[in-house]
Design a protein around this ligand. Structure first.
Ligand code: NDP
Length: 246
């Protein structure tokens, strides 16, 4: 695969809002051909329509990353429509934080299944495609939460630590043809911050976001940097956080 972004076929999970949406808009403007996945069809369609109206190329696929078949459908759509898949950006996530005493087990399950099972489902769907092509790139969205545990974010931090560990293991097994990148954003201004979790924890996160967060475009361009390097150059990790973050 040539260096650059133009014409690359890139699938992005969690593309209906926030970092995924910003990444889709950024990569589309650089000439990538996109297959965008998320659960909210209306929001996904809105992103696809904006890209198309601006002269870009994107298809939307309703995907729940916790379902194996949905990820397979996402990668199959790339092959059917564009004949290949160059990059899978595994970005879908949920930041539903709460103290352990609240016993919000559904939120714990959602973070485990979205960040860990969802990532593994993406690897299972894309790895055989990449091996067959003898080229491909995984871009996995972790978090600076993998580096510092801040109460009450332990379950979120644990699942993002798993993203980091899985990414490094995958990199070690990837061989000369594949590239594996971890993107570790700090506080980013998206609707996902403060969505779900306990009301108190959500309110605290939202306040903090409004004080210090960086725009999602900052993460989108970091992802673009990792993708546009020449085939033999593997950007292992990019940590990008607002200067205000400790
Ligand atoms: P958003 O809530 O705006 O975006 C999350 C995206 O993931 C949405 O498109 C959502 O779409 C999708 N999603 C959630 N669950 C699933 C699922 N089961 N299947 C498919 N899609 C799903 O938040 P962000 O943009 O902030 O989050 C994007 C990623 O960035 C997450 O992994 C998050 O942990 C990470 N991150 C965010 C930081 C921040 O400060 N904002 C900091 C560090 C990392 P839908 O609901 O339509 O399915």
């Amino acid at each position: 695969t040539a260096a650059g972004i133009e014409n690359k076929v890139i699938a992005i999970t969690g593309a209906s809002s926030g970092i995924g949406e910003a990444t889709a808009l950024y990569l589309a403007a650089k000439g990538a051909r996109l297959v965008l996945g998320a659960r909210r069809k209306d929001r996904l369609t809105g992103v696809v329509d904006r890209i198309t109206a601006a002269g870009g190329t994107a298809i939307g696929v309703v995907v729940d990353v916790t379902r194996r078949a949905d990820l397979k459908h996402l990668t199959d759509t790339a092959i059917d429509r564009f004949g290949r898949l160059d990059v899978l950006v595994s970005n879908a996530g949920t930041m539903a934080v709460s103290p352990f005493d609240d016993l919000r087990q559904d939120d714990w399950d959602a973070m485990v299944s979205t960040h860990i099972t969802g990532l593994l489902n993406g690897i299972a769907a894309a790895l055989p495609v990449f091996r067959g092509q003898r080229s491909g790139q995984f871009v996995n969205v972790g978090s600076t939460a993998a580096y510092v545990v801040k109460s009450p974010q332990a379950v979120y931090a644990a699942t993002k630590t798993a993203v980091k560990v899985i990414t490094e293991g995958l990199r070690q097994e990837s061989g000369p043809d594949l590239r594996v990148t971890l993107i570790s954003p700090g506080f980013t201004n998206t609707e996902g911050v403060g969505k779900g979790g306990s009301p108190e924890a959500a309110a605290a996160l939202t306040r903090r976001r409004d004080e210090i967060a960086m725009p999602p475009a900052a993460v989108a361009s970091a992802i673009g940097y990792a993708i546009e390097q020449p085939a033999g150059v593997d950007v292992g990790e990019i940590v990008v956080r607002p200067t205000m973050q400790d």
